[in-house]
Design a protein around this ligand. Structure first.
Ligand SMILES: C[S@@+](CC[C@H](N)C(=O)[O-])C[C@H]1O[C@@H](n2cnc3c(N)ncnc32)[C@H](O)[C@@H]1O
Length: 263
């Protein structure tokens, strides 16, 4: 049963929420998600692993003193959102959630009551507008470390829309001690399934561009990737024994500074 109205086109947020086992999806979202899962059944495990990666990565940056977060393409508020995970490690984290889907932002505003946390509708294809927005200007001090979160987001940006330009707009504002947390769909072990699965997402409001490891790695240029580097999300600093093998989603966390691997 959906908690939303039934819109004609599936949305990335609704498909993702359905796969995560949430409640915020329409019939169109469910149909597109089931088609994607039929082509690539491993997608559901990949998405659960992606969400767990986001939480471990936020904990990692909060343990290194980051108190400010911009979560871009944040999706429906679901278990373990950024502000709650960061608050395990730092007092009163400041968090701006951004999504281009007004339904996502409306629900986020409804359920989030923490101080110094806000949600706003912006499209990351206009990063300067986000940086200049009253929400970011009101909560984020760019002279202090900030973590910019782009988890399961940049594959919704086509090559023509230039995802590297979007990353650079945020990276160029960062103070020392800042981080980029990002994950992205790649071809993995089942390239045909990944491509077919992406075809189902492509009926949604944004198409999916699957990229190679090299292309995804290039988004971290100018930053220092934290160990273990750009890896399948389920392997990134996994608690306990990390499942091996290639995943459909690669993730990494990089610190402001020169290229190279930091421990
Ligand atoms: C797959 S969900 C990921 C949610 C969350 N980041 C996570 O990993 O758990 C992608 C989200 O990005 C949002 N999104 C896609 N393209 C966007 C854009 N151009 N600007 C802002 N948000 C976008 C979608 O609405 C959706 O909520």
């Amino acid at each position: 049963m959906s908690s939303l109205g039934e819109s004609a086109a599936p949305t990335p947020a609704g498909i993702y929420d359905y796969m995560l086992g949430g409640r915020h999806h329409t019939a169109a979202d469910r149909e597109a998600a089931e088609q994607a899962l039929a082509a690539a059944p491993e997608a559901r495990a990949g998405i659960l692993a992606n969400r767990a990666f986001l939480q471990r990565a936020v904990r990692y940056t909060a343990e290194r003193g980051v108190r400010q977060y911009i979560d871009l393409g944040s999706g429906y508020p679901t278990a373990g959102p950024v502000h709650e995970v960061a608050a395990e490690k730092v007092t009163d984290p400041r968090v701006v959630y951004v999504d281009y889907d007004p339904a996502v932002v409306a629900l986020s505003r409804q359920v989030i009551t923490a101080p110094a946390v806000t949600a706003a509708v912006y499209d990351i294809r206009d990063p300067e507008r986000i940086i200049a927005s009253p929400e970011v200007a009101g909560l984020i001090d760019w002279s202090e470390p900030v973590a910019v979160v782009m988890v399961a987001l940049l594959h919704f940006i086509s090559d023509e829309e230039d995802p590297a330009r979007i990353v650079a707009a945020f990276r160029d504002r960062m103070a020392p001690g800042s981080f980029l947390i990002a994950s992205h769909v790649c071809f993995g072990e089942n390239p045909e399934g990944a491509q077919q699965g992406a075809g189902s997402w492509n009926r949604a409001t944004s198409r999916v561009t699957i990229r190679t490891r090299e292309e995804i790695g290039s988004f971290f240029i100018g930053l220092a990737l934290a160990s273990p580097g750009l890896v399948p999300v389920q392997q990134w600093r996994a608690d306990g024994a990390a499942p091996q093998g290639e995943a459909m989603i690669l993730g990494g966390v990089a610190r402001w500074g020169r290229d190279g691997l930091v421990r």
